[in-house]
Structures are given as structure tokens and as C-alpha cells.
Design a protein around this ligand. Sequence first.
Ligand SMILES: [Zn+2]
Length: 423
Amino acid sequence: MLAPAQMQTFTMVFLLALASQLAVRLWLSGRQISFIARHRESVPAGFAGAVTPTEHGRAADYAVAREKLDRIEAIFDVLVVLGLTVGGGIAALGYRAHAMAGEGIAAGTLQVLATLAVTGLLGLPFAWYRTFVLEQRFGFNRTTPGTFVLDRLKGWALGLVLGGAITASVLWIMDRLGPSWWLTAWAAWLGFSLVILWAWPRLIAPIFNRFSPLDDAALRERIDALLARCDFRAKAVYVMDGSRRSAHGNAYFTGLGREKRIVFFDTLLATLSPAQVESVLAHELAHFKLRHIPQRLVASALTSLAGFALLGWLAGQAWFYSALGVAASSDAAALLLFMFAAPAFTWIVSPLLTAWSRRHEYQADAFAARHSDARALAAALVALYKDNATTLTPDPVYSAFHDSHPPPATRIARLMSYAGCGA
Ligand SMILES: [Zn+2]
């Protein structure tokens, strides 16, 4: 037990961390908004032939509108975290859960699920506004109110089952095992993550979307030739009905080991030529060939190990609870406080993670240039930037902090240098 003075100290540290996180987030988005506004009227040199001034202006307005919504959401998120922690929200929900389910794992699981349900409900107006006002205004929305409601219900049902299972398991491990419970809990968490990774394409994604085999014979042939050239075996190529929700296009790989699947959004196939689709696929394939996927898995396993070790220590400290608004310590409160307080500290490493991701993107582009066609990939990216109204002029500092993909101008210039047309 620590003295009240120390309890106070951690409350102060937490509030300071939360305030810095918000200040940096608002500062960066302010930079982004003014940078984009300053460059709204002129299409960057490299894109002059492909993107019209009207399209460029629309992309700028879209980015600024999203950034403004994000600013409001950032402030709202901080208020929610404050309300749950020092404001006593988690404690109050714990009190309710115990009144309903007594002591033990059932009550703890109920407390965790109730807290997540509350935050889910609080975030609902933002999700609604984003879909039906913002995306709608820029012509991207294809989601009907019926689909929106159904998506939420399915998501919550899934969260209830999966979240309930992992929470109950971790609480059981915390309750039954000694001080090194966190090691077992981490192993359980890891196993659970791998099961989800396996189950996602097979069982979970089909709940939300329809997947049909790619039936374009000519495109199939191109894809098979590319896979053979790169000595890559994929189980199947699917087309997903992304157009059901949004006009934004994408492509991705999913699954592990021999069960890998390639998924194209129908919206992407509608936009790109067969040569461009092949080059996008070559880029995606590179993430497997260059072992980016296992690297990310190992990194996230190690990060979660560090997280569980820290949680294992914090859960035993009385000040951790009292400083964050919980009078009586409990396993469920430890999980929740950690879940909601940790991001106030971990955001600081975000630029390192995005830099790592951007490095992988450049490597994948280089791979695609070698095994497919750099010009086709550049053309595909420009078509996607245009179609998704991606801003071509992000603020460099904002981009370095937030963006998992390189800024459009740098990325296209590098691809063109591979194609031998100068940088
Ligand atoms: Zn990529």
C-alpha cells in the first residue's frame, strides 16, 4: 500500500499523459487541415495529367472534413476515458455487475462486457454521422440504414461471444494462477489471436460480406501466371461485395500457411485494368514473400507479452486502482483500467510503427516492380487515389506520425524511377 501522496502522483501522471496525447493529436490534425487547404488549388506536378483540379479540390475537402470530425471525436474519446477512470465509470459498472452476478468470474466478465457495450454505444453517433453524413456527402456511402443496424447487431453478438470467452478465460487464469498468471494469460491470448486469424476468412468475414470465386477467366489466367512466377500458392481468389457498403476499393490477402486467400473488392475490379490488378496483387503478395506478415505477428506477440507483464505488475499495486477511480481492486477492474489508460502512454511509439509499415510498403512496391510492372502499379495507385479521394498533399509531419502508407507523391516518384522514367 502506498501513501495517498503517491496515489495522487499517478493520477497526475495519467492526466498529463492524456492531455499530451490530445494536444499532439489536435496539433497534428490542425497542421494537416491547414497544409491541405494551402495546397487545395494546385495539383502536384506528378499528377497533373491524371487528376483534374476539381478532383484534387474534392479530395482536399474530403480529407479536411474527416479531420474535423476526428478532432471532435478525439476530445470526446478523452472525456469517455476520463469518465470511465477517474470519473468512476468502471467502478460504478463493477458495482452494478456485482449486484447482478455476485462475486467471481461471471460478475467480472459482465463488468468488462458492460463497459465495452457502453463505449460502443457512445461511439455510435460518430459511426452513424461518418457513414450517413460525411461519406454520403462525398458520394462514397452505399450502406443502407438497415445494413448499418444489422452490421452493429452482428458485431455486438460477435463481441459478446468472442470477447466474453477471452475475458472469462483471462479472469479465470488471474484467479487460479499465482503471481505469474500473466505469462499463462499471454499464452492464452496468443492462442486465441491465432484461432481468430484462422477463423476470420472462413467463419467471420462471411457473416458480413459475400465472397464469390473470381470468374473472370482472362484475369484468373494473369493471376495464376503471376503466382507461378513468384512461386506462391494460394488457396483461392475471391471477389468480395465491398460495394454493398462503400465505393472505396481495396485488395487483401488473408489466412495463414497453405490456407492463404486473395480477396479483391468488387469496387477495385471495376476500376482497374487487368494489368493494374496484377500489379496490385504483386504488391500484396510481396508482404508474404518478404515475410512482413510473420514479422508483424512476432512484433505484436512480443508487444502483448510486455503488456501482460506490465499488467501483471500493475494489478498487484493498490495505487493503480485508487489513482484511476476504483476504490476496491479486482481482476476485472485491472483489465479495464489497463485497457483504457494504457493508450494515453503507448501513442508515443505510433510514429515508429507507421515508419516500419511505410518501409514495408516501399519494399512491397519494389518487389511488384521486379515481378510485375512498376508503371501499371503506379497507374493503379493513381486510379485508387482518385477514386478514394485520397489527398495527394498530406502534411509531412502528420503523415510521418499517422500514415501507414507512404505519401502519394513520394511513392509514385519511386515507382517511376524503377520503371526507368526518372524520379
Ligand atoms: Zn502494402
